[in-house]
Design a protein around this ligand. Structure first.
Ligand SMILES: *[C@@H]1O[C@H](CO)[C@@H](O)[C@H](O)[C@H]1NC(C)=O
Ligand SMILES: *[C@@H]1O[C@H](CO)[C@@H](O)[C@H](O)[C@H]1NC(C)=O
Ligand SMILES: *[C@@H]1O[C@H](CO)[C@@H](O)[C@H](O)[C@H]1NC(C)=O
Length: 359
C-alpha cells in the first residue's frame, strides 16, 4: 500500500501532466525584466548582472537575471509546472558544442537586458534588439529546430519598451520626435512583433504593460527628474503607451484568427503595491535595496562601493531599475490568477488552460 502510494507520488512529481495545463513551453521576448542571462553570453555587451549579489535570494549565485531571484517568466513557468526556460544563447552554445542534442522543449528565453522595441535603443551597449530576438526565433522555427505543433500550444510573452521610454529623457539626447510620435513608432514595432510570431504559429499571446518607469530609483541620474516622487512626465508617456498596447491586444482575435491575446496590466498592479505597501510586506517602495547614492539609484548593484539592505524582501526595488523578486512574485500572482483590473480579458491561468483548435 505504502509502496503503491510512493510510486504514485513519484510519478506525479516527475510528470508535468499532473498540472493539466495545455501549455508545453514558453517563448519570452523583451528586456531586463525577463532576461534570464542572454547578455552574459554577449562578450561585448555592457548591460550585465552576472556578478554578485544578483541572484542571491533564490539561486544563491548570479544567473544573469537583473534581480535577486526569479523573474515573472520564471514564476509563471513554475505555476504551470515547467522547468525554467534557458537563455537562447546558452541553448545555442549547448547545441553547437554537443552538450544538448536539441533545443529545449519547454521554451526559450530571448530577452536581452537594455534592449527596447526600437532597434536603436542602447545599441552602443551591445544588446539584442527585439527585431533580432524575433529573427533568432524565426530561424529556429524555419530550420525545424522547434516543432510547429509545440509553437501553436505555447505561451508567448512580450515585455519591452521601458528602455525606449527611459532613454527619451536622457540629458544628452535631443529627441527628434514628440512623445506621441515616439510612442507611435514604438507601437509599430509591437505590431511587427505580433505579425511575425503569429505567422510563425503563435496562438497564445501575452503582452505585458510597462510598469511605472518614472518611479525607478535610477531617475536620480536624470537632471530634470524629481527624487521625492515619481517622474510624472515619464509615467504619463508610459500610460499612453500602455493604452496603445491594450488596443493592439484587443485587435488580436480580429486580426489574427485563432489567436488569443491577453494584456497584463503591470502598471496598475505595481501602483497598488505602492499604494498599500505594508499590506504586501514592503517597508520601502522608493529606494533600491542594492546600489548607492540618491534612492540607491545612482550606482548599479554589485559595482564597487555598492550598499545592500538587510532584507531585500521588504523592498519593491532590488536595484536602480529593477523590482525585487518579491515584487515579481506579486506581479506574477496578479497576472496568473488575477481579476480584470490586473489582466484581461482572461488571466494567464485561464489562457494556459484553454484548448486551442488548430486553424
Ligand atoms: C567585440 O569587440 C571587439 C573589440 O572592439 C571586436 O573586435 C569584436 O568584433 C566584437 N565582437 C562582437 C561579437 O561584436
Ligand atoms: C558547452 O556549453 C555549455 C554552456 O556554455 C558549457 O557549460 C559546457 O561546459 C560546454 N561543453 C563543452 C563540452 O564544451
Ligand atoms: C482547466 O479547465 C477545466 C475545465 O474548465 C477544469 O475542470 C480544470 O480544473 C482546469 N484546470 C486547471 C489546472 O485550472
Amino acid at each position: 500500500m505504502e509502496k503503491v502510494l510512493l510510486l504514485l507520488l513519484l510519478s506525479l512529481a516527475s510528470s508535468p501532466s499532473v498540472f493539466s495545463f495545455n501549455v508545453p513551453a514558453i517563448f519570452t521576448f523583451g528586456d531586463s525584466i525577463f532576461d534570464a542571462g542572454n547578455n552574459h553570453f554577449l562578450k561585448n555587451c555592457t548591460a550585465q548582472a552576472d556578478f554578485p549579489p544578483y541572484g542571491s535570494s533564490f539561486f544563491h549565485h548570479p544567473t544573469g537575471r537583473f534581480t535577486n531571484g526569479r523573474t515573472v517568466a520564471d514564476f509563471i513557468s513554475q505555476f504551470i509546472g515547467l522547468d525554467l526556460q534557458k537563455p537562447y544563447l546558452q541553448a545555442q552554445i549547448e547545441v553547437v558544442n554537443g552538450t544538448q542534442k536539441n533545443y529545449p522543449s519547454n521554451g526559450i528565453n530571448f530577452a536581452s537586458a537594455g534592449s527596447g522595441v526600437l532597434r536603436e535603443t542602447n545599441k552602443d551597449m551591445g544588446v539584442i534588439p527585439i527585431q533580432d530576438q524575433l529573427q533568432q526565433f524565426q530561424t529556429l522555427v524555419q530550420q525545424n529546430q522547434i516543432d510547429s505543433k509545440l509553437v501553436q500550444q505555447s505561451l508567448f510573452f512580450l515585455e519591452s519598451g521601458s528602455n525606449d521610454v527611459f532613454n527619451y529623457f536622457l540629458p544628452f539626447v535631443t529627441p527628434t520626435l514628440d512623445p506621441d510620435a515616439y510612442m507611435q513608432v514604438m507601437l509599430t514595432e509591437v505590431v511587427h512583433y505580433l505579425d511575425t510570431i503569429y505567422k510563425l504559429g503563435a496562438r497564445r499571446i501575452a503582452v505585458f504593460a510597462l510598469g511605472p518607469v518614472g518611479c525607478v530609483p535610477a531617475r536620480s541620474l536624470l537632471p530634470g527628474a524629481p527624487t521625492d516622487r515619481c517622474f510624472g512626465k515619464m509615467n504619463h508617456m508610459v500610460k499612453q503607451y500602455n493604452l496603445g498596447l491594450e488596443s493592439l491586444v484587443k485587435d488580436i482575435p480580429i486580426k489574427y484568427p485563432g489567436a488569443v491575446g491577453i494584456y497584463g496590466a503591470v502598471y496598475d498592479i505595481v501602483q497598488r503595491l505602492r499604494a498599500i505597501p505594508k499590506h504586501y510586506g514592503f517597508s520601502d517602495v522608493s529606494n533600491a535595496c542594492c546600489g548607492d547614492g540618491i534612492l540607491r539609484g545612482m550606482l548599479q548593484c554589485g559595482q564597487e562601493g555598492y550598499k545592500i539592505c538587510p532584507n531585500p524582501y521588504e523592498y519593491l526595488f532590488w536595484d536602480y531599475f529593477h523590482p525585487s523578486e518579491h515584487t515579481y512574485k506579486l506581479i506574477s500572482k496578479g497576472l496568473w490568477g488575477g481579476k480584470q483590473s490586473q489582466v484581461r480579458p482572461i488571466n494567464l491561468r485561464t489562457l494556459a488552460n484553454l484548448t486551442l483548435s488548430s486553424v
